[in-house]
Design a protein around this ligand. Structure first.
Ligand SMILES: [Zn+2]
Ligand SMILES: [Zn+2]
Length: 652
């Protein structure tokens, strides 16, 4: 039972440790993961992570491995465990040899699921998020389809990335088929950015974290330029996108630019995903574009880990083991000696808490932003005039529906949900409670006819139709509409996708005050992030009109200045005052009534506990430097049954 085999004390401070100096020189040599030929079989005592993903068993166990089993680091094997046969993964040789030791029964697959650098990343995750290593390993690989492991694997082991690297044909004018003309000038565009040359240099021969704020028109091109720089240096690249459907324009641009070199590791059925993983592991691709799991893509010689729209909520994994792609991407880049790029129109507050280089256009690249007071029903005269003239426009209205019920027309009582007293919203012709979704009826008399305070995307759709002669499209009707050059789109967060650069005449941002008043520590940040994504749809000489009564709010000013710096400073103060400073590690821990006093005794910044019916849930924030001790303590509490569940980085 070796705790020494786990790197509990190393690499667990995710966000405040100074970056190591830029390391220059050749990429490390790595054996491709999944290579079933060249991975050296081990023999003797090995530590094994048994596939029992619970914290109380989260430690390696030692087994005797015979050479003829043919297993090595990353092998999936069968071992006896408490009288049963269970699966496990070989972590490596160990000196921690108990007096009695069982033997590995057999190897279950010819595939090596991780190599040593990947294991370092997986251990870091287990420590950082206090998640069982078995759960982390299982999540790092798509579900296994054993028949695929034997199908169509002609690649000899030396056909890996190195040889492919020598034949790379990129955008730098090497021999090869011409690149799309539209993308040829992209590396030059990044070099006009402040610190753009430093980023290209770093991708070529160094490491470090770069926070990139692309100009709205450059979003895809900047990603292409970064990938191109990695490939030009005979390295590979991972590009992480927040969602797969619709395919983000940036993902499409990368596939167009690099063609057969690109693995799109998103969506697909179980068999296709596993097949793709095996092909990536076999070195058939030099670029992997995918959603969260692609951060574990078994690429070798990684030179770039690029997180597209880094502030997007979907970059956080919502199931156990919880993780945030931003943090895992940075750690993977550190281990690989690669550059991590965090890209977004409005980078997250978290991205300001660690050493990084900011890369941005040298001049203003956004449409001018006008701030006006909302008029009657949220229609300012200026917005109405601009809308009447616009050919293509987007009206961002984050509130859904047609309005809120105010008063019962039968009995005159204030409208409220009979079950929960929540507000009743009129949406798609139906009245429903905004809290419990019960059908909207009067709590006093049961009638369902209300006087309505109009407001919401459906109402905006209605009044916009009276203002413009263009077609008005509401996101709530029809299939996944996007912005069009000759139509007016009305919608909220759900339409803010990476659709390229639609270059609209006008973007109107409505209900800004309501967005800023939403509950939640991060709600203001989410609002500003959405505004930037909406404003990015206006062309450089178009118009962005924000309706708000709080024109001096740093959130509004961030959009006006097209710079989030001051907003970040004000949010950092709010978060610190609330006890959850940016950069702190946050956990939601559930357990018995002993839990709160146990956590109280550990070093922490903030601890909020609620108890009900013998169960306790605690929300706590701690300094990253306290994570190793916290992780050990929580695993100990799990063994005693005091901790039943740990959720890392909950949405605040
Ligand atoms: Zn209700
Ligand atoms: Zn009534």
């Amino acid at each position: 039972m070796s705790s020494a085999a786990r790197s509990t004390d190393a690499g667990t401070t995710p966000s405040v440790e100074p970056e190591t100096p830029v390391s220059r020189g050749v990429p490390r040599t790595r054996r491709p993961i999944g290579d079933d030929v060249s991975g050296r079989p081990l023999s003797g005592p090995v530590s094994v992570c048994v596939d029992r993903p619970i914290l109380s068993l989260d430690r390696p166990f030692t087994y005797q491995l015979a050479e003829d089993v043919g297993a090595g680091v990353g092998s999936l094997v069968q071992v006896p465990f408490h009288g049963r046969r269970v699966r496990g993964w070989v972590l490596g040789p160990t000196d921690d040899v108990p007096a009695r030791m069982s033997a590995v029964t057999k190897s279950l697959s010819p595939v090596r699921y991780f190599d040593e650098p990947m294991l370092e990343l997986l251990r870091w995750m287990s420590d950082r998020y206090v998640a069982p290593l078995a759960a982390v390993i299982a999540r790092s690989v798509p579900p296994r389809v054993a028949s695929e492991e034997w199908a169509g694997r002609p690649a000899p082991p030396d056909a890996g990335p190195r040889r492919r690297a020598a034949t790379h044909r990129g955008l730098h004018g090497r021999a090869g088929p011409p690149s799309p003309a539209s993308l040829r000038s992209e590396p030059a565009r990044l070099s006009t950015y402040r610190n753009g040359e430093a980023l290209l240099d770093a991708i070529d021969r160094g490491d470090g974290t770069f926070v990139v704020r692309p100009a709205p028109a450059d979003e895809s091109a900047i990603a292409v330029a970064c990938v191109d720089a990695a490939l030009a240096g005979d390295r590979t690249a991972i590009v992480l996108v927040p969602e797969a459907d619709p395919l983000p324009a940036t993902a499409a641009a990368i596939r167009e630019a690099f063609g057969q070199d690109v693995a799109l590791f998103l969506g697909g059925d179980k068999r296709a995903r596993y097949r793709m993983w095996l092909d990536i592991a076999a070195g058939r691709y030099r670029v992997v574009v995918g959603t969260r799991p692609a951060v574990f893509a078994p690429l070798s010689f990684v030179g770039l880990v690029y997180v597209h729209r880094e502030g997007h909520a979907l970059h956080r994994e919502e199931r156990s083991p919880y993780y945030h792609v931003r943090d895992v991407a940075r750690e993977r880049a550190r281990i690989e000696g690669a550059v991590c790029v965090l890209a977004g129109f409005c980078p997250s507050l978290e991205s300001t808490t660690f050493p990084r280089v900011d890369v941005e256009p040298s001049g203003r690249s956004w449409a001018p932003v006008e701030v006006v007071k909302p008029g009657p029903e949220g229609r300012s005269p200026r917005l109405v005039r601009a809308l009447a003239q616009a050919r293509g426009a987007f009206l961002y209205e984050p509130l859904p529906g047609y309005g809120l019920a105010r008063v019962c027309r039968s009995c005159g009582e204030a409208a409220a949900c009979p079950s929960c007293r929540g507000a009743i919203r009129i949406q798609a012709g139906e009245a429903r409670c905004t809290v419990c979704e019960a059908p909207g009826r009067c709590a006093s008399c049961g009638a369902s006819d209300f006087g309505v305070a109009r407001g919401g995307a459906e109402r905006v759709h209605e009044w916009a139709q009276g203002v413009t002669r263009r077609r008005v499209v509401h996101a709530g009707t029809g299939a996944a509409p996007g912005p069009e050059a000759e139509a007016i789109l009305v919608g909220g967060q759900e339409v803010l996708k990476d659709v390229g650069s639609p270059a609209l005449d006008l973007v109107g941002i409505l209900s800004a005050d309501a967005s800023l008043r939403r509950p939640g520590l991060s709600s203001r940040e989410r609002a500003v992030n959405a505004w930037f994504e909406a404003a990015a749809w206006a062309r450089r000489d178009g118009r962005v009109i924000v309706q708000t009564t709080s024109s001096n709010d740093p959130a509004v000013q961030a959009l006006v200045m097209a710079r989030p710096d001051r907003f970040h400073m004000s949010e950092a103060m709010r978060r610190a005052e609330a006890g959850f400073p940016a950069g702190a590690a946050v956990f939601r821990v559930a357990g018995t009534e002993e839990l709160e006093p146990e956590l109280e005794a550990m070093p922490h910044r903030t601890l909020l506990g609620t108890a009900a019916g013998g169960a306790t849930v605690c929300l706590l924030a701690l300094d990253p430097s306290d994570l190793p001790a916290f992780g050990r303590a929580v695993r100990g509490l799990a063994e005693r049954g005091v901790v039943t569940r740990v959720e890392a980085e909950p949405h605040l």
